[in-house]
Design a protein around this ligand. Sequence first.
Ligand code: GLA
Length: 398
Amino acid sequence: MAGVTLHTRSPLPGAIAARFREEFGGEAPRKFFAPGRINLVGAHLDYNGGDVLPMAVDRGIYVAARLRDDGRIRLVSLDQEGGIDLRTADIGTRARRAWGWAAYPLGIWREFRREIETDKGFEAVYAGDVPMASGMSSSAAIEVATALALDALHDAGLERERLARFAHTAENEFVGVRCGIMDQYASALGLPGHVLWLHCAGPRWEHVPFDPARCEVLVMDTRKPRALADTRFNERVAECAAAHAVLRDRVRDLPHLAAYSEADLEACRDVLDEVLYLRARHVVTEMKRIANGAAALRAGDYRGLGAALDASHRSTATDYAVSCPELDVITDAARACDEVFGARLTGAGFGGCAIALIEPGSSGQVTEHVGRVFHERFGVEPEFDLLHVGDGPGELES
Ligand code: GLA
């Protein structure tokens, strides 16, 4: 990959370097960063061959890494329990549950090993400032940060899209989550000041400017754990595949569910199970919402973009059934503020975070109102964070 050097004021590069010295000694490691993401519109469209509009943010995962000659992999995290020390020969083809977060870097190592001749192991220290398991794709950021590191340390010069593919395959095959390509592409292809308009069929993409002087992104963490999110996520993937099979059989043969029209869907309504009908309706109508949202963003119309977020949230709640009372209440409370352009859950849903697009400088008023409403209803203080469009992934200056 063409080397991008990042400058950051985060204390985390210093912290991982210090821990690296303690843990492994020797020469100073190289350090890399890959961003987390929020998705503006296009919920659950990536694995249905639709479009998505993710933003790589200014938070993510930092890694300090170095190759090893003894065929071992040793991984430590500043945030998570359970380091790893194993032989590359023992990695196998599927992650073990006991490996926890370390399954992601191990999956990347495995993809790398399939691509280039190497008998080296590696050692690494990770730290992040994107909350784990909250819907902001910390797992894709761990994967992409590891892929950047292995690419640079082997001097392999792979394209960023290639690294995104590694990350996606690692997550699907090695970790076993049947996610689409959005998170890994959003992290690997992030560019300063832009969001990614990713057409997952293809894939093709373009970068669309996002103006931080006109709109800020407030992340609202419900602190509701995303219980069974992987299982329920895989269930939605299976439901969409089943709906697609009926449409293909009864209406016409298109490669992805997102490619069908509402008229196609109505044409086979009587043979579609009600749940499958609702899932498919979300997918085909979300394509319109993302087209509207992307057009609004292009025109600098952040209220128009916000309206697409609101409509997307409603459909994910009613038709796709991935919301929950906490996410509904927190987004409704945000929408009640004049300074909010729109709000929706982010990531897979089932708990975790929502986002609100807000007028710059208004986060104080908005968090005050939303925090009060949410606390009255659930007795829990949500957490808030103001995010910015980031600089994308890269190596950190040494
Ligand atoms: C998760 C998955 C993504 C995407 C979103 C829903 O974040 O990892 O691939 O499907 O959910 O839009």
